[in-house]
Design a protein around this ligand. Structure first.
Ligand SMILES: [Zn+2]
Length: 344
């Protein structure tokens, strides 16, 4: 079969690799019908050291179950499922608490040698816990939105939950990528009254407004801070969603947050040390977040997609087949595209 393999920064290839097979009795084989390229794939695309074997890429998919091991109980061949980005057994104490990304068996697709979803098929460990069966057909018109349940919608929702968004409060979203845009959807779902998007790309800002953003801050640094305070009665938003993960974005999130406010961070931190520790301390800011347990959020988010209340699939503005994946990476890195869908 064919799969996407990254060999070094900027070097993404489509290669013939061996077909995945059931190894453990709890495995399934997923035939990928839709996958996508993630903003987090752009970090290795920018900085990966050359590798002899390369890394199989992709951690978001919808597909059909092609084969199952003898101990898979809840899935059968032909089932249409969402593949969240993390493996979880669904039974350990963390999974039972809804924190599947801290599962005792956790691993992340498309990293550290795990197979990836920008491929025709892949092996799914702990299939009963990891996969989520969808109640629709393979060609459903809602497929782009359903695909966002694999990562970006659940991740935006996690930021909103970690930032303690409650009805009537003000929220700022740092980052106008697919996760930030889904954070706007999540903030609105949870009842935020004012939703400020920090970003400057006209197409992304337009989509953020359609998703529910009420204000836009396109300034940077000190000016962004002043503008955000001005929009929130001088004190800053109650909740801030940090959807980037860089030092400047984290510093911005902390500097604009209202005293006593909360920050939900879902951008993968690019530095070991968190910036702005002292302002965060003196303002009594709560900082939460991490890898989103998107598997646990599907029950809550799926009905809003099926019943048309939210349309997160609008973050996809380009679709490619496998041969188009390398150019998809280029387009997202150049910010020509918000998010690229892959139909293998
Ligand atoms: Zn678990």
């Amino acid at each position: 079969m064919r799969a996407t393999v990254m060999h070094a920064a900027g070097d993404v290839r489509i290669e013939d690799v061996s077909d995945p097979t059931v190894i453990e009795p709890t495995d399934a084989i997923l035939r990928v019908t839709r996958a996508c390229i993630c903003g987090s794939d752009l970090w290795p695309y920018a900085s990966m050291q050359p590798s002899e074997t390369g890394q199989s890429m992709g951690h978001e998919a919808v597909g059909t179950v092609e084969d199952i091991g003898p101990e898979v109980r809840t899935l059968k061949r032909g089932d249409l499922v969402v593949m969240p980005f993390a493996i979880s057994d669904g039974t350990c104490q963390f999974c039972r608490e809804g924190l599947n990304t801290e599962c005792v068996h956790v691993a992340f697709f498309g990293t550290n040698g795990m197979n990836g979803a920008q491929a025709e098929a892949l092996r799914i460990p702990h299939a009963d816990g990891t996969l989520y069966k969808l109640p629709v057909g393979e060609d459903d018109a809602l497929m782009p939105s359903l695909l966002t349940l694999a990562d970006v919608l659940g991740t935006g929702h996690h930021a909103a939950v970690a930032a303690n968004i409650t009805s009537g409060k003000s929220v700022a979203v740092v980052g106008d990528g697919a996760v930030g845009l889904c954070g706007v959807i999540a903030a609105k779902r949870l009842g935020a009254e004012q939703i400020i998007i920090l970003g400057r790309h006209p197409d992304r800002i337009a989509l953020a407004r359609e998703f529910g953003a009420t204000d836009v801050v396109s300034e940077r640094g000190e000016e962004a801070l002043e503008r955000a305070l001005e929009l929130t009665g001088g004190f800053g938003p109650h909740s801030v969603l940090e959807c980037v993960g860089t030092v400047p974005s984290t510093r911005t999130a902390i500097s604009i947050a209202r005293p006593g406010g909360a920050i939900g961070r879902v951008g993968v931190p690019q530095e070991e040390v968190m910036p702005a520790s002292q302002p965060a301390f003196y303002k009594n800011i709560t900082i939460g977040g991490g890898p989103a347990p998107v598997r646990a959020y599907i029950d809550e988010l799926l009905p809003d997609i099926l019943e048309g209340r939210i349309e997160p699939g609008r973050v996809f503005d380009r679709t490619v087949d496998l041969d188009g994946v390398p150019d998809g990476y280029r387009a997202m890195a150049a910010r020509e595209s918000i998010k690229v869908m892959v139909t293998p």
